[in-house]
Design a protein around this ligand. Structure first.
Ligand SMILES: [Zn+2]
Length: 513
């Protein structure tokens, strides 16, 4: 390449010089001199070549532009149009709604969770037959949109009714019936979680670990989606943040449920983790910081399994002090802390903000689930689902299929793996430890049932004087071949007396009854 360049430069300089000559000389002289005529022909040729080159360049430019535009059009139609149409900022949504009656949202058994009623004069009302129960996950479709009403707006306002019927409707200037969104939600489990939470604030997420199907998602305080329009002002100004989906957007200290993560990190760093031993005297004191075990318990000599089963704070503080913080950070990244989660619903990212420069007190607190940790119930459900599924998190999903209004399937979502959060050996070890929690540990109320449970309880302090607690439970049933995963948080549980373990038990019972 470098060689031809100087030559080109030279020739262009030469041609420039030559260009000037004919102007100063009379054209008649050109004819007389055959040599200069040949020269000029040559120059002309060069000039043409140059022009041709310019032409080619412009043509290439336009062809490229054209291809880019075509590519964007195709991309827009295939990939982006759904997002744009779904966007709450797109006023054309209303145009779609002018032509299509909004479709229904169904649970996995075909029960209607949202439907549009049309009166004879053509006026439409959106109805939510289960009221508050599905408020956050199904959402609302007036005063903006939320939940599945927002995410699935495109499908709900698209009609795949039979073509002849659609043509007939067009001719009669009648609206077509929009498609149905068939969810993965189970009303039986949703109802069980909703009722068990009672008047408490909190959230519950139930999933099928082998597929990633979300079977239930409850958030309280709640609201009635049937009356969003008339109650809008009080809803957005609510002190209880009723519109917030606590399952995905609520951030809490994970409390002792995080000891599962600390255990994983200890296993990763210590090949001889089975030899871990600690003598719990009821508290641990280190550099002026004292951490007590809950309820003045003294756990005595404990190994790693017993530390988790009894939820021994002293032992986990001790473990924390032995961990490599930067490796701990890597493990929490593996488990999707400080990173995006697979979720179609709005969510808040969890954070693990421990760093190597933090004081030992902070390390001890974090290892037992306090400190600067923040996590959503949904995220804890994903971690638990990965443990239940041999380390692999299946991509969570809420929509099983899209059907036209008469039930003919248009589209179907299939399970797909999202990410391996840990190895299958690590998942198996954690499962064994979590089974000890229900066998003889803090969740033994879940043992002796018709099904087996592996889980972890948690109590998370959230007031500055440490007097107020959230209650947590994460776990899964049928340990050898897991059926369902649950993650529950109950806010201010010591005041209300409802434990997350109790709620999990109610949901498990509903599943197996
Ligand atoms: Zn202890």
């Amino acid at each position: 390449m470098p060689k031809p360049r100087p030559a080109q430069k030279e020739s262009s300089q030469r041609s420039k010089a030559a260009d000037k000559k004919p102007v100063s000389k009379a054209p008649a002289k050109k004819k007389a001199d055959p040599k200069s005529a040949a020269k000029m022909a040559k120059q002309e040729k060069k000039k043409n070549k140059k022009v041709n080159k310019e032409f080619a360049r412009v043509t290439y430019l336009f062809v490229t532009l054209f291809l880019v535009m075509m590519g964007y059009l195709i991309y827009f139609n295939v990939v982006r149009s759904k997002d744009i149409i779904n966007s709450a900022y797109n006023t054309r949504q209303d145009t779609f709604a002018d032509r299509v009656v909004r479709g229904s949202i169904l649970d996995k058994d075909g029960n209607e969770l949202a439907r549009t009623n049309v009166t004879e004069d053509g006026s439409e009302t959106r109805e939510y037959p289960y009221g508050n129960m599905y408020a956050h996950v199904v959402g609302y479709a007036s005063n903006g949109k939320s939940g599945l009403e927002s995410v699935e707006n495109f499908n709900l306002l698209t009609s795949n009714a039979f073509i002849l019927e659609r043509m007939k409707n067009e001719l009669q200037d009648k609206k077509n019936q929009g498609d149905n969104v068939v969810t993965t939600l189970s009303t039986r489990l949703q109802e069980a979680a909703y009722n068990a939470l009672g008047d408490n604030k909190g959230a519950a997420v139930v999933m099928q670990p082998s597929t990633g199907k979300i079977l239930a998602m409850v958030s309280k305080s709640d609201f009635n989606p049937n009356t969003v329009e008339e109650n809008w002002d009080s809803l957005i100004n609510s002190e209880d943040s009723v519109l917030l989906n606590r399952a995905t957007q609520g951030l809490y200290a994970p409390g002792s449920t995080f000891k599962v993560v600390t255990s994983l990190e200890y296993i990763r760093e210590n090949a001889n983790y089975a030899d871990y031993s600690y003598n719990c005297t009821g508290s641990i004191e280190h550099q002026g910081t004292t951490i007590n075990c809950s309820n003045q318990s003294v756990h005595g000599q404990v190994n790693l399994e017993e530390s988790l089963a009894y939820s021994c704070n002293a032992s986990f503080s001790n473990i924390g002090l032995q961990l490599d913080i930067s490796k701990f950070q890597d493990t929490t990244k593996d488990l999707l802390f400080d990173t995006k989660l697979p979720s179609v619903l709005l969510y808040n990212q969890s954070s693990f903000s421990l760093s190597s420069s933090d004081a030992d007190a902070e390390v001890m607190m974090t290892a037992m689930g306090q400190g600067k940790l923040q996590v959503s119930p949904y995220h804890m459900a994903l971690i638990t689902a990965a443990i239940a599924n041999g380390g692999t998190l299946m991509k969570p999903y809420l929509v099983d299929s899209i059907t036209n209004y008469s039930g003919t399937r248009i589209d179907k979502n299939m399970p797909e793996s999202y990410k391996e959060l840990m190895t299958s050996a690590e998942a198996a070890q954690l499962t064994k430890y979590m089974q000890a929690v229900t066998d003889y540990g803090t969740a033994s109320s879940l043992s002796g049932k018709g099904y087996t449970v592996a889980g972890k309880t948690g109590t998370a302090e959230y007031s500055s004087d440490k007097s107020k607690h959230h209650s947590w439970f994460i776990g899964f049933t049928n340990v050898d071949n897991p059926d369902i995963v649950i993650s529950v948080v109950v806010e201010n549980a010591d005041q209300t007396g409802t434990s997350a373990t109790y709620i999990a038990g109610k949901v498990f019972d509903a599943y197996y009854n």
